[in-house]
Design a protein around this ligand. Structure first.
Ligand SMILES: N[C@@H](CCC(=O)N[C@@H](CS)C(=O)NCC(=O)O)C(=O)O
Length: 98
């Protein structure tokens, strides 16, 4: 029997399969900063555009306890709703950077 699974485990292309979600708003510079880092690291993510009105941002409030964006969810690492773009960028670099 041939063991081939180990090769896949070290393939950097697998990074794109990270289980990430980003709550964002069009034209938000803080969100752009996070997206730039996600792109740089080759990470795919599911995007959730939040409404412009804060009172309607119920979903992002549920996951993060506040209404600001960006907010990151990383299911693989039990990150349920991380706010603050600087913290997110730092987290992504530490978790997925080389
Ligand atoms: N310090 C925050 C600022 C984020 C921020 O101001 N985001 C805007 C959209 S560009 C927002 O959602 N503001 C609403 C709020 O902070 O409740 C960060 O860097 O993530």
């Amino acid at each position: 029997m041939h063991a081939t699974g180990g090769l896949l485990a070290v393939d950097p292309q697998l990074r794109v399969m990270a289980n990430l979600e980003l709550y964002e708003l069009e034209g938000c510079p803080y969100c752009a900063k996070v997206i730039e880092k996600l792109d740089e690291l080759g990470l795919e993510y599911e995007s959730h555009m939040v409404p412009r009105s804060h009172s309607e941002r119920t979903e992002v409030e549920e996951v993060s306890g506040q209404t600001g964006v960006p907010v990151l969810v990383d299911h693989d690492n039990d990150v349920d709703g991380m706010p603050e773009s600087d913290d997110i960028v730092e987290y992504l670099e530490k978790q997925y950077g080389s």
